[in-house]
Design a protein around this ligand. Structure first.
Ligand code: 7GP
Length: 798
């Protein structure tokens, strides 16, 4: 090996080169960690040329750029994704094998970058990958959290949170950009100079940029994910240090770094937290400056901005970007206010991800003016202009001393979108009913999607191989081609191979649970999986109630021919969400009792896997038989896990909520286990006095399952441990667990019968796969490009 250029030809030589010259390790002494970093560098080298060429092509074309602003990018591990998208999987595996290393272990050595809470953050990651695959010039902007979402473990069944520290290891995929720093102001007051308002901030922080290239399939285009970190303007106070005050000398730096220190672990919004608003302004303002810097470097006239820039706000977390852009255009560049407002609105769009009232962001005006006094004035002016234009409007951006970010984002957006047909419809009739009346064309739908590269090709190699052998490789970039599998579903030979792939994935999962968690699962069981954040509206407690009732029924009638079932749960609860944490504990307590019962444990097992993250999802979804999507209708905006399961051949048991509706339409009602109230019926049911009590009285199974919890069957050392859950279920039961229980039980027994016919089940599963092509994030992104951004692909194959 010579200290020449790192070899570009073969990945094997490149790994050895980087091991030697980048890592400084002798192959004889290198650890898995060193090999993984060497491989990552070798892969990264293969992205850079494409990346630079993509940027050049964008500049040459003078194309409109898309800017995706998101507080969260739940990117997970990147090494495998990059290898897959560069089409290097076979060559890399061979190289790694030749070193006598375990390829899977090498990939899994990478920390999982959990820079997000759940659906919203993972959607942003899938969208970045699809934008690159399509060749749409785009930049993602977010925060480079030092600590991502907390690590979850269980102590006696209870969730314990520990800090996550992915950045302790070198993050090979990032490029530091010291030149792209911006100084951002906070607080202070608004002075008047020559009749004009001038914001005089009290303190300043710098934003430092770290760029992560995002390569699309099959390696022809790469975009940038730019993550901001907080830095002090004057990192170190030498005079204080010399005076002996060592801690104070570094105080400014510590404070500035606090901004990008941790991800808030609440997936519905964290209320009233000053640091949260600081984070939101920090990354929004840095991004707006970066966007303007790039624009002004290429074009002169700010009135061209809407033709060159499309900004997407991923929920309201970056909504302050609107007033910030307006402020710069008006206060700093001198455009008249109304013109600045028009330009801003022509650039900005907003995606809503939830209708839950507690998740709609609003800030007290006191806090707001304390931190962003000039922005509050600008919002007052926007609001006043809106009130003049719509004298009959029912509410504005400011209401009872609060700034409502949803209203603000709506007012400053050209398009506002929901994330499934049902959700978009409900936006028009509920939260944004009045706005929709005033702007009937502004709200549009873009049903979510997931990237098939990570969520099928990468995570399910066995099934992908079968698909490729059957219909070629076109589906990878054009997922609708999965339809071509349809004729093969009737072919017993093919169906056998399909079922064998699932069985092998399940066997892998069994090996892993045994190795990692000491749990032996029955490989032949129905793998019934519910993995997502823990929330009352997602109703993990409905699932565990059904498990209790099933256990009781099995004990009553052991000979009834029950099929074997493994119920798998995973998911984190926000640390402050007491009831969600109780649900976790209840599931673990029930699991302990049920799994120890010799009368039933050959037939029913319950497993709660700790620390759900992208990596665990990639492990579980290919091995699932049944996808639990059981939210109270009207509450889940879309769901994206539901799509991943269908795509991996796991039929859904679910309500008519979010994108379940569209999944069922596409895979066919006969391949979907539907139960429960519709969104409309749910609304009506809440008005029925004592609806929970009535449901319990009408269903002895439900009554008995609740009674088992109430009487301490699962917490004998503390019988009233679950008093709150029981009171909730038997009282207000806002999420209608009791009302939906009987129908859920019925649908689960329908699953039992369907699973008993293995060929019939495999056909159903295969039809889920063949008909899921529409749920690609490529389709979703094309929808945004056409209906919202007016953006084009530069890859010349559109
Ligand atoms: C989620 C929604 O709950 C989920 O239904 C949807 O599929 C996903 O966004 C992507 O659109 N919302 C969040 O993750 C979230 O944090 C609060 O919402 C703003």
């Amino acid at each position: 090996m010579a200290r020449d250029d790192p070899p570009k030809s073969g990945i094997r030589d490149a790994i050895l080169w980087h091991l030697t010259y980048t890592l400084g390790k002798d192959p004889d002494h290198a650890q898995l960690f060193d090999w993984r970093l060497a491989l990552s560098h070798a892969v990264r080298d293969r992205i850079v040329d494409r990346w630079m060429e993509s940027a050049r092509a964008t500049r040459r074309a003078g194309a409109r750029r898309v800017y995706y602003l998101s507080m969260e990018f739940l990117i997970g591990r990147l090494l495998q994704d990059n290898i897959v998208n560069l089409q290097l999987a076979d060559e890399t595996q061979a190289a790694v094998d030749s070193f006598g290393l375990d390829y899977r272990a090498l990939l899994l050595d990478e920390p999982d970058a959990a820079l997000g809470n759940g659906g919203l953050g993972r959607l942003a990651a899938c969208f970045m990958e699809s934008l690159a695959t399509i060749g749409c010039p785009a930049h993602g902007y977010g925060i480079r959290y030092e600590h991502g979402l907390f690590r979850q473990s269980f102590a006696a069944g209870r969730q314990v949170e520990a800090p996550e520290d992915w950045l302790v290891q070198p993050f090979v995929w990032q490029f530091e950009r010291p030149e792209a720093r911006f100084t951002l102001g906070f607080g202070g007051h608004v002075a008047t100079h020559q009749g004009k308002p001038v914001w005089e901030p009290e303190s300043f922080v710098q934003s430092e940029a770290f760029d992560v290239p995002v390569i699309g399939w099959p390696g022809n285009w790469a975009n940038t994910l730019r993550l901001w970190a907080g830095r002090a303007v004057d990192p170190f106070d030498l005079s204080r240090f010399n005076a002996g005050d060592f801690t104070a000398a570094a105080e400014a730096e510590a404070l500035a770094r606090t901004i990008s220190r941790v991800l808030y672990p609440q997936d519905s919004t964290e209320k009233g937290k000053r640091l949260r608003l600081t984070q939101e302004y920090f990354f929004s303002a840095a991004s707006i400056r970066d966007i303007l810097r790039r624009f002004e470097g290429e074009h002169g006239d700010l009135r061209l901005l809407p033709r060159k820039v499309a900004i997407q706000l991923n929920d309201t977390h970056p909504a302050i970007a609107g007033p910030e852009l307006l402020r710069i255009l008006h206060d700093e560049r001198g455009l008249p206010f109304d013109e600045a407002l028009d330009i801003t609105r022509a650039c900005v769009n907003y995606t809503n991800h939830t209708l839950l009232p507690e998740a709609l962001e609003s800030w007290g005006e006191g806090l707001f003016s304390d931190l962003l006094p000039r922005h509050l004035q600008i919002i007052e002016r926007i609001d006043a202009a809106d009130a003049r234009a719509h004298p009959d409007r029912r509410g504005g951006a400011r209401d009872q001393g609060r700034v409502r970010m949803g209203e603000l984002a709506f007012m400053l957006s050209n398009r506002v979108n929901g994330v499934s047909a049902l959700h978009t419809g409900l936006m028009k009739t509920t939260v944004f009913a009045d706005r929709h009346r005033l702007h009937p064309d502004r709200i549009v739908n873009q049903t979510n999607g997931v990237t098939p590269r990570r969520w099928l090709l990468g995570c399910n190699p066995r099934l992908s191989r079968l698909i490729c052998e059957t219909i070629g490789r076109g589906w990878i970039a054009d997922l609708e081609q999965l339809q071509r599998l349809e004729p093969h579903v009737a072919d017993d030979g093919w169906l056998g191979r399909f079922a064998a792939a699932k069985a092998a994935n399940k066997a892998d999962l069994c090996d892993w649970t045994l190795r990692e968690h000491g749990v032996a699962l029955a490989p032949d069981a129905i793998f019934d999986v519910q993995i997502k954040r823990i929330h009352e509206y997602k109703r993990q407690h409905l699932n565990i109630l059904e498990a209790i009732a099933l256990w009781q029924a099995m004990r009553d009638d052991p000979g009834a021919g029950w099929p074997t079932r493994v119920k798998i749960f995973a998911g984190k609860a926000a640390p402050g969400y007491v009831l969600a944490k109780q649900i976790i504990r209840l599931i673990n307590d029930v699991a302990a009792v049920v799994n120890a019962d010799p009368a039933t444990n050959e037939r029913l097992q319950i497993l709660y896997l700790p620390n759900y993250n992208v990596t665990l999802a990639e492990r579980l979804i290919p091995a699932a038989d049944l996808s639990e999507q059981i939210s109270t209708a009207g509450k889940e905006a879309s769901g994206t896990g539901n799509m991943k399961f269908a795509l991996n051949g796991a039929p859904t048991i679910g309500t008519l909520d979010g994108a379940n509706v569209e999944i069922r339409e596409r895979v066919g009602a006969e391949n979907f286990f539907l139960f429960g109230l519709t969104a409309e019926e749910a609304e009506a049911r809440r008005l029925v006095p004592d609806h929970a009590g009535r449901a319990i009285a009408a269903d002895p199974r439900l009554a008995r399952a609740i009674e088992a919890i109430r009487s301490g069957s699962f917490s004998p050392d503390e019988p009233d441990r679950y008093g709150d859950i029981v009171a909730n279920l038997t009282g207000a039961d806002y999420f209608l667990v009791c009302s939906d229980f009987a129908d859920y039980w019925r649908a689960q027994r329908q699953v039992d019968r369907a699973y008993a016919d293995r060929d019939g089940w495999a056909r159903m599963a295969a039809r889920n796969l063949a008909r899921s092509g529409w749920f690609s994030s490529d389709r979703a992104i094309r929808g945004y490009m056409q209906d919202i951004w007016g953006a084009q692909s530069l890859l010349g194959r559109e």
